[in-house]
Design a protein around this ligand. Structure first.
Ligand SMILES: C[S@@+](CC[C@H](N)C(=O)[O-])C[C@H]1O[C@@H](n2cnc3c(N)ncnc32)[C@H](O)[C@@H]1O
Length: 298
């Protein structure tokens, strides 16, 4: 069976070679090689694609930068790309299976025949190259947080949510399946926008109920007629820190938020920034190295 691989390259100060090797090895990388490039060292290694998602690789890159900063060395530059001749979108389908998340959801690959019986909310996906299969801890935390928020009250049908960084649209679709009335789903990646529209169709959701647009918080601001009831945002902490001030423009005193994509060690600056912008962190959930903030306006 053919596999795709992440090819990871790190250009670093030679003094960092050992610690970077250690990090990469612990991450599950194989076949490491180094070569000198002028005064720098280029480490190349490979990781089976199913072992990591982009968010994990971004987190690894951040960790390498932090290691270097801690000992006063120049920060390394890490880049990665998928390699394999065959079309990986076809290849990874073989590895992706239905997955139960929380108490309510069954994430279900689009290409499988529908189950005859199912007592869960069937969330059908064909994310292609976009993030959001439900396999990542942060996506799971957000879906579970949505379960706590929605689905108990018939008035949820009036609830409007903004899904910032929607990827495949998994969280918007989850919110709508739980009873929310409308989702504004935005992403800066055109591939994600295409995938989210495809997944909207797969789940037979009307376009008017799930607006999928290229952009970010500012795009939601243009689309909405009134502030949203809920904000869902699963992006890396660095981006979230930039987006928090923007969120003020789309919320009202009763707006709640579900914020994830944050590594545990980044929780404090994110919590501080949220508080500075009028949010109260009601609960902080963790899974593996990741956390999810359940927030509300103060
Ligand atoms: C970790 S994925 C989350 C996907 C999906 N919401 C989930 O929970 O699985 C983050 C997504 O945010 C998008 N993104 C990154 N920066 C963004 C920004 N400033 N505004 C909107 N989307 C952004 C990326 O393109 C990516 O699709």
């Amino acid at each position: 069976m053919a596999n795709n691989w992440w090819e990871i390259q790190v250009l670093c100060d030679p003094a960092l070679e050992d610690s970077i090797f250690w990090r990469l090895e612990n991450f599950g990388c194989r076949g490491m090689a180094t070569e000198l490039k002028g005064h720098s060292c280029l480490i190349s290694t490979y990781l089976p694609q199913e072992r990591a998602q982009m968010l994990d690789l971004s987190a690894l890159s951040l960790l390498l930068r932090q290691d270097a900063l801690a000992i006063g060395l120049p920060t390394p530059a890490m880049q990665w790309n998928l390699i394999e001749e065959e079309d990986w979108a076809i290849s990874w389908k073989k590895h992706w299976h239905p997955q139960e998340i929380g108490d309510r959801f069954l994430i279900y690959p689009a290409w499988l025949p529908l189950p005859e019986q199912c007592d869960r909310l069937l969330l059908r996906l064909d994310p292609g190259a976009a993030f959001g299969t439900g396999a990542h801890a942060t996506t799971q935390l957000c879906l579970e947080a949505l379960e706590m928020r929605l689905g108990f009250d018939p008035s949820d049908s009036g609830v409007q949510v903004a899904d910032i960084g929607c990827g495949s649209g998994i969280l918007s679709i989850g919110a709508l399946l739980l009873g929310a009335g409308k989702a504004y789903s935005v992403d800066i990646d055109p591939l994600a926008v295409r995938a989210a529209r495809r997944c909207r169709e797969l789940n037979k959701i009307a376009e008017s109920k799930m607006l999928v647009k290229l952009g970010s918080v500012e795009r939601v601001k243009q689309l909405i007629e009134e502030p949203v009831d809920g904000i869902i945002c699963n992006i890396l902490a660095e981006t979230i820190l930039d987006l928090i001030p923007e969120m003020d423009h789309i919320c009202k005193p009763s707006t709640w938020g579900i914020i994830s994509g944050v590594l545990l060690e980044q929780a404090k600056p994110v919590a501080d920034t949220l508080e500075q912008h009028g949010w109260v962190v009601a609960t902080l959930w963790r899974r593996q190295d990741w956390c999810c903030f359940n927030i509300r306006r103060s």
